[in-house]
Write a protein that binds this ligand. Sequence first.
Ligand code: GLY
Length: 433
Amino acid sequence: MKKCLLLGNGGREAVLAEQISKGYALYSIMPYINPSIEEYVEKSNGKYIVGDPFDKELVKKFVKDENIEACVVSQDNLLQEGLIDLAKELGLETFGPTSKGSKIEWSKTYALEIVKKLAPEMVIKNEAITSQEALERAISQYQDDSFVVKPEGLTGGKGVKVGGIHFKGKEEGYEYAKSCLEEAGRVIVQDKVEGREFTVMALTDGEHIVVTPTTFDYPYRFEEDKGPGTGGMGCLSFENGRLPFLEQEDIDKCANLIQKTIKELNKDSLEFSGVIYGGFFKCKDGIKFIEFNARFGDPEAINVLNALETPFTEIFEHIQNKTLSASNCKFKKNYTFTVYVVSPNYAIKSSKEPCTFTLNKEAILEKGAKIYFASTKHLEGNQYSSVGNSRLFAVHTEGESLEKAKEKAYKAMENNIDEILSYRRDIGEIYEH
Ligand code: GLY
């Protein structure tokens, strides 16, 4: 059985671990023991060590000592740091772009330049700013806070701030943009648009793409899309791979842009395989581009990998052979539903104290839901503890309808999750901004 190393520790990696362990022996280097990854390592007779996945010497040694043959990375900073480049140097088969290939995520200006060239009608009016004078001039053109500030570089999906939501008033927006400029020497100021946000992800072998079911994410911390931005509090997908406010031609447009983007990356010799994540807005005047990521979204990965009909390890082989196609990478026709559970301070206050909580995992599983651990350590019995101040674990269900999947998830969670924890009860509503 092929030995496959997975780097990264979130809910996205927990579902990747499940998928990899169905066909390969799973290996992992984790900074703390993620209970889901531990479970799938053990089920597949693999091995994990506790250590820093950014430590290239450690990765090299583990790969050599264990004769590891393949490597999957889908975490933004591990990609930027070149862990896939290292895996390639070691002769492993890989899923994920090289550091240069992931430039479409870590350079917002590079991504915007590509889209301006390939689909100018999808670009929202914006300016890439490199000086304080240019920033003052750009902000002075707005009457109010109807603009969006996008920092350059990786921000874990949390750096983009929208006027009227994440900052109030021009002055606050200006101060945030100034801090981004000071940090990275570059910041993007973009018009704020009204519409509905959605994600189109595509698996790719670097030539061909296969579009996964379109997902709807819940980036705001509180119900009715209030409060600060987060990595995502929940996610859903529909049985037809679309969302109620989208036509097939909308998705085709996004897929077309992704396909052309892959060609463009190849032209720039930026090696890419794995997943391209496209964030888009459906507006009155058409589909608008928001961002590219060079990886699966989290929690989006939980929805789309659970919707896979073809085993992930077969897709991995097709990616190595550059034979990926819609006929060898299929998805089930069902509704998928994910809710993230977080500590009370998540995205609100920084807190160094770990949050200890109880979770009746068995009762949740018995009710037909799945659990994917993220920033959580198991203590003993039903006792767990947070690691840092990130999302704790995701509850996932599938169903014949959105209502059924939603009811199954929330019923499974009832009375089985410590009351001190927090989660949104409105996943399933489709909001417009
Ligand atoms: N859920 C958004 C992201 O992973 O970037």
